[in-house]
Design a protein around this ligand. Sequence first.
Ligand code: ADP
Ligand code: ADP
Ligand code: ZN
Length: 224
Amino acid sequence: MRLLFLGPPGAGKGTQAKMIAEEFGLLHIAPGDIFRQEVKAGTELGHLVEGIMAEGRLVPDDITIQIIEKRLNSPEARNGFVLDGFPRNLAQAQALKDMLERKGERLDLVIDLVVPEEELLKRSMSRRVCAKCGKPYNLNLDPPEVEGRCDVCGGELIVRDDDKEDTIKERFRVYHEETEPLREYYAKCGILVSVDGCGDIDSVCDKIKMCLLDKGLIREAKDR
Ligand code: ADP
Ligand code: ADP
Ligand code: ZN
């Protein structure tokens, strides 16, 4: 199964992509997570992308595409993958198509998470992320059991640099300008489904699994 999550910042792509990947044994590939790890590790790539991310702009295509291609070609992607945050513009979408074609593969489904903008702003401003394992939290909806600590690994919960209000606004602008046209691109390919991303996390996940069922990608909603 080869899936892609599309949607504006804060729509729940990361949350849902991780759940689906885990349940069905797929590789979760999220360039945002990869870049954040590089920043944290202080690598050369990390230094390069840190400022770009803090401003809410996109990392250059050549760098991003190269990183994604490496993950897609890794053995962990054998059973399939869930892409989350890539592609983010038409050039990246074309590059993805080409790299999959070289392997004789193609995307099965693109899940477009639809959430109104005021709700997105609220979610992003109350978002926290585990500094150690990357698990996302939301202080309003799914706060951790112990304040400031990850339920899974005990790591420290931090605010992402790019979750400041100005940066969030810039990320919305970039989304509308560069990423939103991908909805039409994938609709034309006949593989786009729109899923209402409002409601609690589990009910959104159920809606996604109903789509997978509907498209014959899984046999039953609890399939593994
Ligand atoms: P994205 O990857 O699309 O930016 P995330 O998965 O990181 O989105 O979610 C953004 C924020 O919203 C996080 O704090 C997350 O916990 C929260 N969130 C995710 N799904 C929901 C939901 N269905 N309802 C309310 N908050 C949610
Ligand atoms: P969100 O889940 O809130 O949409 P991400 O975690 O996916 O945010 O991305 C965080 C930042 O990482 C982006 O604002 C951008 O700077 C960079 N980034 C992520 N994916 C890409 C991509 N496909 N191309 C270029 N830059 C990216
Ligand atoms: Zn953690």
